[in-house]
Design a protein around this ligand. Structure first.
Ligand code: MG
Ligand code: MG
Length: 258
């Protein structure tokens, strides 16, 4: 069943996703060679709690971290650890919060220092695929219209779309209906109406689409060891134009100064 939120409820989700956006901005300022993913996790948790919220992922299904920190060939669900970031890495950071009972959930893939042109292109295409998906998140469209747009953009760059993981509805629960796949057919899936809040989150591989689950029970890696990128927005479906509840503006401000 799909939950269509009232304007007031969308307002709460805007607040929780704004906090995630601000948290990612705080983390953006810290990403550099020599920093551990566990340190980033600690700072994120403090920032979230200082702002009257609690981490949304910590304890979810037993996940130990505030952030998912996925480096290079790790697709998603990397566990913060003593791993020290190094020049040329990429790191996908997925962050969730619960504020006033409502979830925020967004992700961004960062470059650590200078990265190769090839890897930068993967990041650019993944973010662009997300933006293409957002354009379809309007009342009257179907979820498959988003899926098709994301897949088309990613594959036009020569990249592949991870199949095992999908976007989702967002609300008082982290994962609500519908599933929002990053591949699919135009005109397929549930019809969207104003008030549906979804996370659109392309996970795009530089090489082949296949993934592997690691022995820690969480980390997903590309099977071929090639890099993978992940960008995620929470979006409220609206008439005419999607209402994006996440902003990367805080991240962009930090990165433009670096
Ligand atoms: Mg997420
Ligand atoms: Mg999500």
């Amino acid at each position: 069943m799909l939950y269509f939120k009232t304007d007031e409820e969308v307002g709460f989700l805007r607040e929780s996703n704004l906090l995630v956006s601000r948290t990612l901005g705080e983390i953006a300022a810290l990403i550099k060679p020599g920093v551990t993913t566990l340190y980033l996790d600690k700072i994120a948790e403090e920032f979230i709690r200082d702002n009257g919220a609690v981490p949304g992922f910590k304890g979810y299904g037993g996940f130990p971290g505030t952030l998912c920190t996925s480096v290079n060939d790790e697709v998603v669900h990397g566990i913060p650890s003593g791993y020290m970031l190094k020049e040329g890495d990429i790191i996908s950071i997925d962050c969730g919060v619960i504020l006033n009972g409502w979830y925020g959930d967004s992700a961004y893939t960062f470059a650590v220092g200078h990265i190769s042109e090839d890897v930068q292109r993967l990041l650019d295409y993944t973010r662009a695929a997300l933006e293409e998906g957002v354009k379809e998140a309007v009342a009257g469209n179907r979820v498959g219209d988003i899926s098709f747009a994301v897949q088309s953009k990613a594959e036009s760059g020569g990249y592949s779309v991870v199949r095992e993981l999908v976007g989702h509805g967002l609300g008082r629960k982290l994962h609500e209906q519908p599933e929002v796949a990053n591949w699919g057919k135009k005109g397929s899936g549930p019809k969207m109406e104003k008030g549906l809040v979804i996370c659109i989150e392309p996970m795009i591989n530089a090489g082949k689409k296949e993934t592997l689950q690691m022995g820690d029970g969480w980390t997903i890696k590309t099977a071929d060891g090639m890099p993978s990128a992940h960008f995620e927005y929470a979006v409220a479906v609206d008439r005419g134009k999607a209402d994006v509840l996440t902003t990367f503006e805080y991240i962009d401000q930090v990165l433009n100064k670096k």
